[in-house]
Design a protein around this ligand. Structure first.
Ligand SMILES: [Zn+2]
Length: 118
């Protein structure tokens, strides 16, 4: 596994089109064009301000981006990882590569994508 970051242009392309919250299905990857772009968002409970951490990745070409932003007012979503014990979650997030592989597997098994309501 050799995950790399999306380029600036690819990240810009990710923000085009319909919001992931409105259409959380897989979409075309801006780097390789395959329908393998997936995303996961989480809201860290320890954050001082309501924060949204977003991951988008493509398992075909192994590119990803992670961003932090303000949690949009009223946005509510399911978070399957919130059920994990804290220690297990920390272990999982220790390696970004391992975390992305885990998220990709959750998607393959139907645990992801999340459901969103605003
Ligand atoms: Zn790709």
């Amino acid at each position: 596994m050799s995950w790399a970051s999306f380029s600036g242009d690819e990240v810009a392309a990710l923000t085009q089109g319909e919001s992931f919250f409105a259409a959380p299905a897989e979409r075309a990857c801006p780097a390789c064009g395959r329908l393998r772009l997936r995303a996961y968002v989480t809201s860290p409970p320890a954050a001082r301000r309501p924060t949204l951490v977003s991951y988008a990745w493509c398992g075909a070409c192994e590119k990803f981006v992670g961003t932090r932003s303000k949690h949009p007012d009223g946005l509510v979503f399911s978070d399957p990882l919130a059920l994990l014990p804290d220690a297990e979650r920390r272990d999982l997030e220790r390696s970004l590569t391992g975390f992305l592989v885990h998220l990709d597997r959750l998607w393959d098994t139907g645990v992801l994508p999340q459901t969103f309501a605003a």
